[in-house]
Ligand binder design. Structure first.
Ligand SMILES: Nc1ncnc2c1ncn2[C@@H]1O[C@H](COP(=O)(O)OP(=O)(O)OP(=O)(O)O)[C@@H](O)[C@H]1O
Ligand SMILES: O=C(O)C1=C[C@@H](O)[C@@H](O)[C@H](O)C1
Ligand SMILES: [Mg+2]
Length: 178
């Protein structure tokens, strides 16, 4: 099946919420392209996220992330899985809100930790306590940009993708091409 999007759909949420997996699954079932911000950024910069954090620091990473977000928001509408911290900068939140439809995937720190096999690839996950505090601090930002909120607790990636698809169809963001 081939579908169309009225505008880019941005998946936001904490690390391990399933942004990349759900966007990919939805892309496969709808015949729409998906792109992962972290992967796109790594290809563009020729470096891994963890190298950029270690060599240039978080602020430099965030500046590149904003560039990438702007670039992706300007393309033909795609399903975009955002970096977990993409909501931190006010200018990013403005891009998300003005240019796209934002789906916030909720996850607890405990569930995220149980899903992520190698937290060393996510420099800001660190340990469970830090993850809990970071989620707490970011909650208002995720909620602020969200057009739709989907709780992922105990649900499979396929079930979440179906739920998101239902929301996007109801909202007139996604439809089947005739
Ligand atoms: N609903 C789910 N149930 C079980 N495992 C999941 C679910 N969603 C994602 N996972 C697993 O959790 C891990 C992290 O998922 P994913 O990379 O999609 O999250 P993310 O939100 O993109 O995280 P990040 O912000 O770090 O990129 C993957 O191994 C994935 O297979
Ligand atoms: O939550 C965050 O701040 C991050 C999440 C990842 O997707 C990467 O973008 C990076 O590790 C930072
Ligand atoms: Mg991801």
């Amino acid at each position: 099946m081939v579908s169309e999007l009225a505008k880019p759909v941005f998946f936001v949420g904490f690390m391990g919420a399933g942004k990349t997996s759900v966007a990919r699954k939805l892309a496969r079932t709808c015949g729409i392209a998906s792109v992962d911000m972290d992967t796109y950024l790594e290809r563009r910069e020729g470096k891994r996220v963890r190298e950029l954090f270690a060599e240039a620091g978080e602020e430099a990473f965030r500046a590149i992330e904003t560039d990438v977000l702007r670039e992706l928001a300007g393309k033909d509408p795609l399903l975009v899985s955002c970096g977990g911290g993409a909501v931190l900068r006010p200018e990013n939140r403005a891009i998300l809100a003005e240019r796209g439809y934002v789906v916030y995937l909720q996850v607890t720190a405990d569930e995220a930790a149980s899903r992520i096999s190698d937290v060393s690839t996510r420099p800001l996950f660190r340990d469970l306590e830090t993850a809990r505090a970071t989620i707490e601090a970011r909650l208002p930002l995720y909620e602020d940009v969200a057009d739709a909120v989907v709780n992922t607790a105990g649900k499979s990636v396929a079930a979440i993708a179906r739920e998101v698809r239902g929301v996007l169809e109801r909202e007139g963001i996604l439809w089947q091409r005739k």
